[in-house]
Ligand binder design. Structure first.
Ligand code: GRG
Length: 294
C-alpha cells in the first residue's frame, strides 16, 4: 500500500524548505513586498501542484531534487493567481488558506505587487532548473508561460468573470475549468515528467492524466464550495452561489457532479497504465483529490 500521508508530509516539508531558499528573505529591502509574498506562499496551501510534479517525476524515474525548482515555480504561479483572484476587483474575498487575504493585511497596492512578484519569481526559479536532453530551458519556460498566459489561466479567469450571473452551458463551463484550473495542474505534471527527461509517449500519458485530474479537481472544488464550511476550506464557502457563478453543481446537480468527477478520475487512472508501479504516488494523489474534503 502506498503511504500517501507520508508522501505528502515529506514532500510538503521539502517544497517549503526549497521555497524558503528560493525567495528573498522577509527582511530583504523592500521588506514589505517580501513579507507579503511569503505571507501568502506560507499560509498553509495544500501544495497539490508541487506534489503532482514530484510524483510525475518519480513515475518517470526522476529525482525530487532535480524536479524541485519546477515544483516550486508552479506553486508560486498558483499562489499569485489566488492573491489576485481574491482582490476586490476580482472575487473580493477576505479569507484564503485559513487567513485574511493579502490585500486585507497589506492593502490592495502591495497585494497586486506581491502577486506580480510571485509570478515573476516563478520564472526565475524555473530558470534554475538545469534543462534536460529532450527538454531545454526554452521548452520549460514556454510550458510555464503558456499555462499561466492569456490562452489558459488568464483566459479561464476572463471567461469566469464574464460568465458571472449568466446561464452557461456545460461546454462553456468546461472551457473555464480547462483553463482556470486544469492547465496549471496539467503543467505541474508535465514538468515533473520533463525533469526526468521522459519519453514523448510518457509525456502524452502524463498530459492525459493531468488534464483529467485537473478537471476533476475543479468539479470537486465546486462541490466543496456548497457542501463544506469556510473553516474547513480555509476560504469563504458558498461564494460561487453568492456571486452567481456557473458551477457543475449549479448546472447538473450534486449527484451528477460527483459522477463526473469519478469519471474524470477514472480516465486519469487509465492514463497511468504504462507507468506500472512507478505511478503509485500519482494514482494515490488522484484518488485523494477525488475524495478530499477541503
Ligand atoms: C490570474 C487573477 C488571475 C486568476 C487566475 C486560478 C485563478 C484564475 C483563480 C483562483 C481561484 C480559483 C477558484 C481557481 C481555481 C483553481 C483552484 C480550485 C484553486 C484552489 O486550489 P487549492 O485548493 O488551493 O489547491 P491551496 O490554497 O490549497 O493551494
Amino acid at each position: 500500500m502506498f503511504d500517501l500521508d507520508e508522501f505528502l508530509a515529506t514532500r510538503t516539508s521539502s517544497v517549503n524548505r526549497a521555497l524558503d531558499r528560493y525567495l528573498p528573505s522577509a527582511s530583504t529591502r523592500p521588506s514589505t513586498i517580501h513579507q507579503a509574498m511569503r505571507y501568502s506562499l506560507f499560509a498553509g496551501g495544500k501544495r497539490m501542484r508541487p506534489a503532482l510534479c514530484l510524483a510525475a517525476s518519480a513515475a518517470c524515474g526522476g529525482k525530487d531534487a532535480v524536479a524541485m525548482p519546477l515544483a516550486c515555480a508552479v506553486e508560486c504561479i498558483h499562489t499569485y493567481s489566488l492573491v489576485h483572484d481574491d482582490l476586490p476587483a476580482m472575487d473580493d474575498d477576505d479569507y484564503r488558506r485559513g487567513k485574511p487575504t493579502s490585500h486585507k493585511v497589506y492593502g490592495e497596492g502591495i497585494a497586486v505587487l506581491a502577486g506580480d512578484a510571485l509570478l515573476t519569481q516563478a520564472f526565475e526559479i524555473a530558470a534554475r532548473a538545469r534543462g534536460w536532453p529532450r527538454y531545454s530551458h526554452q521548452k520549460l519556460i514556454l510550458e510555464l508561460a503558456r499555462a499561466a498566459g492569456s490562452l489558459q489561466l488568464i483566459a479561464g479567469q476572463v471567461a469566469d468573470l464574464e460568465g458571472e450571473g449568466k446561464k452557461l452551458s456545460a461546454a462553456q463551463l468546461r472551457y473555464i475549468h480547462e483553463r482556470k484550473t486544469s492547465a496549471l495542474l496539467c503543467c505541474s505534471v508535465r514538468m515533473g515528467g520533463m525533469s526526468a527527461n521522459c519519453s514523448p509517449p510518457q509525456l502524452r500519458a502524463l498530459t492525459r492524466f493531468g488534464y483529467n485530474v485537473g478537471l476533476a479537481f475543479q468539479v470537486i472544488d465546486d462541490i466543496l464550495d456548497v457542501t463544506q464550511t469556510s473553516e474547513k476550506l480555509g476560504k469563504t464557502a458558498g461564494k460561487d452561489t453568492k456571486s452567481k457563478k456557473a458551477t457543475y453543481p449549479a448546472i447538473v446537480g450534486l449527484k451528477k457532479s460527483r459522477k463526473i468527477a469519478e469519471q474524470l478520475t477514472n480516465r486519469a487512472f487509465a492514463a497511468l497504465k504504462p507507468f506500472g508501479k512507478k505511478a503509485a504516488a500519482l494514482e494515490a494523489l488522484a484518488e485523494y483529490l477525488l475524495k478530499r474534503d477541503r
